[in-house]
Design a protein around this ligand. Sequence first.
Ligand SMILES: [Fe+2]
Ligand SMILES: [Fe+2]
Length: 225
Amino acid sequence: MDTKLLEALKQELKGIFGSVYEYGGGYGYRYQHGVRVMIYCQKIAQFPRFKNEKINLEALLTAALFHDIGKIVAVDKDGLLVYGDYGDKSHEIGGSEIAPKYLKKYISDQKLIDLICLIIKEQDRNVANTRIESSIIKDADRLDHQGVTHIWCSVTYANYQKKNVEAFEEFWKSDEGQVKFESSLNRYNFPEVAQIARKRLAKLKEFTQLMFSEQVGEDIVVDDQ
Ligand SMILES: [Fe+2]
Ligand SMILES: [Fe+2]
């Protein structure tokens, strides 16, 4: 894909979400998430399993960047992204309708825009998946929630909820925490990505465990000779 076009699309996304904040991630998180998902897709598309697959790279990378564009309707007057406030449709379906407004500034090929919008729409779990690009973005999106970056989101979210490390430990040990993260490992489309997710989750578990053990000074060993 043309690097100048990709850079221009990144800047467009930055203009849209750069100063938007959200509880789980802070300022500009939606922009950074879009860029990360795009970078992951760039790499995943090079896996040997896709060698004979016709992946439309422009569509893949642009849809990856803009896959959460539908969340823009949930941004309030203070720039806060209010989770779930997407009106009567999912943010994926809404996003597929909004995206052309931004993409038209950079892409003149209507067929390509239609394809990008289809891929964004297919991120909705209730929409049938017809494109390999949709499956790749789904895995990349899931992967972005599976590693130590999750700590950053938990910290910003705890600040909003006025909670502390103890509350994070409670969350992590509840059914919504570690257990849920582990069960989502079965939802990947491609085993290579699931394998990376497994490694990321192991690091996340190690990190959280270290943090919890420091709370009670587990690493301070008293030598009583
Ligand atoms: Fe999404
Ligand atoms: Fe996402």
